[in-house]
Design a binder for this molecule. Structure first.
Ligand SMILES: *Cc1c(COP(=O)(O)O)cnc(C)c1O
Length: 427
């Protein structure tokens, strides 16, 4: 499937029924799977044979959908998780544990910032944050001997900065570690980070991939390109025997193509159990079938709304890389030639109080803790998703207190603009 274009993979990737089998992916709503002998099942436990035994680890419905996302990103292996948070945590913790260090872009989703800056620190994983547009020297200076991964978001939620993936990949590789890119906002329809040197891609599938606000979920995809064995001293979890799996060495047994996802499934999914339900994976697949059609419309509406806001006297600044004056316009032309996404961030003259009046008057755009859905919605990150951050952290993340994040849905762009216009008049 991966030799087809993204549009075709969106519709048909991941699952090819045989004669007389269901056309739509079957929902295998079963916790467990039956075997003829204990010996047959034992081979699965030892990772000697592949197959299903318990849905906390793997389920066929989830695997069909993971295979579609894998093909869309051009990877070699992928897994679904129950949320985007679980995907990012697993992707990092799979290689960075107690005593290790991570370099991360400071411009990332508030939940991921909290995960890295608070929760993973409590687990003994240190982190250094760098501005997404830092120089190569600043970026290289952030590394330590115990650095195990570099992390960034293609298009950051909600600051909408665009990551210079090649710059981050160069720095990561020159220090012998992989680059992990959260590709949630761009989706593989807009950008395929592996083509620019990223090694692992993560997703909150809750956003555009689902696209209808139906199911929370996440995904991790491996490019299969990072050579763990070449840096075996840094990655003992992948390159030395795993006692909890009868002495398997993942990088030896599953190679570059499969080691990362196999370890992540066999250890982290086994122990933490952030498993998506087959039913949720089915909903996700329905969303993926139209992802390529929807993304074009989200981008068109985002562009139209951004242009309208930028020309309005009551608007202070608009952040949207599709606007020629935006600091990320040039980077976006390189990494996102087909458009970025439907999310537009802006500050109104009058700051937070003006934002409150404006948001209260909107009729079509509902106030929601959500983005990337068919229905337009908006949010003030400082009082919601980024509530735990200090004033300085908010500035570093590119999220000033009066920022409004609007996620343009699939409605008529004329109706959206009329709604915004009447709400601006109320200020
Ligand atoms: C929403 C989001 C997450 C977290 O995903 P959940 O599915 O809500 O757990 C992570 N990264 C980005 C970029 C997001 O937008």
């Amino acid at each position: 499937m991966s030799n087809y274009r993204p549009e075709t993979i969106c519709v048909q990737g991941g699952y090819t029924p045989g004669s007389g089998e269901p056309r739509q992916i079957p929902i295998i709503q079963s916790t467990t799977f039956k075997y003829a002998t204990s010996e047959d099942m034992g081979k699965l436990f030892d990772l000697e044979a592949s197959g299903y035994f318990y849905s906390r680890l793997q389920n066929p419905t989830c695997d069909y959908v993971a295979a579609k996302i894998c093909a869309l990103e051009g990877g070699t292996a992928a897994m679904l998780t129950s949320s985007g948070q679980a995907a990012n945590f697993f992707a990092l913790f799979n290689i960075a544990t107690c005593g290790d260090h991570i370099v991360a872009s400071s411009s990332i989703y508030g939940g991921t910032f909290n995960l890295i800056d608070v929760t993973m620190r409590k687990m003994g994983v240190e982190a250094t944050f760098v501005a997404p547009d830092c120089t190569e020297e600043e970026l290289n200076a952030a590394f330590r001997p115990n650095t195990k991964a570099v992390f960034g978001e293609t298009i950051a939620n909600p600051a909408l900065t665009v990551l210079d993936i090649e710059k981050f990949a160069r720095a990561a590789h020159s220090h012998g570690v992989p680059l992990i890119v959260d590709n949630t906002f761009a989706t593989p329809v807009g950008c395929r980070p592996f083509e620019w040197g990223a090694d692992i891609v993560t997703h909150s599938t809750t956003k555009y991939m689902d696209g209808h606000g139906a199911a929370v979920g996440g995904a991790i995809v491996d490019s299969g390109k990072f050579d763990w064995m070449a840096h075996a001293d840094k990655f003992p979890g992948l390159c030395t025997p795993d006692d909890s799996y009868h002495g398997i060495t993942y990088a030896e047994k599953f190679g570059k193509e499969g080691a990362f996802i196999t370890k992540c499934t066999a250890q982290l999914m086994r122990d933490f159990g952030s498993t998506p339900s087959p039913q949720s994976a089915f909903y996700l697949n329905l969303g993926l079938e139209s992802l390529h059609v929807r993304m074009a419309r989200h981008c068109e509406n985002g562009q139209a709304v951004a242009e309208f806001l930028a020309a309005h006297p009551k608007v202070e600044t608009v952040h949207y890389c599709g606007l020629p004056g935006d600091p990320y316009h040039e980077v976006a032309k390189k990494y996102l030639p087909n458009g970025s996404c439907g999310v537009v961030s802006f500050e109104l003259k009058g700051g937070r109080p003006a934002a409150e009046v404006f948001m209260g008057r909107l009729k079509l755009a509902a106030i929601e803790t959500h983005v990337a859905d068919a229905r337009t919605c908006c949010l003030n990150p400082a009082t919601s998703t980024h509530r735990q951050m200090t004033e300085e952290q908010l500035i570093a993340a590119g999220v000033p207190a009066g920022l409004v994040r609007m996620s343009c849905g699939l409605e008529s762009k004329e109706d959206l603009i009329e709604d915004i216009k009447q709400a601006l008049e109320a200020i």
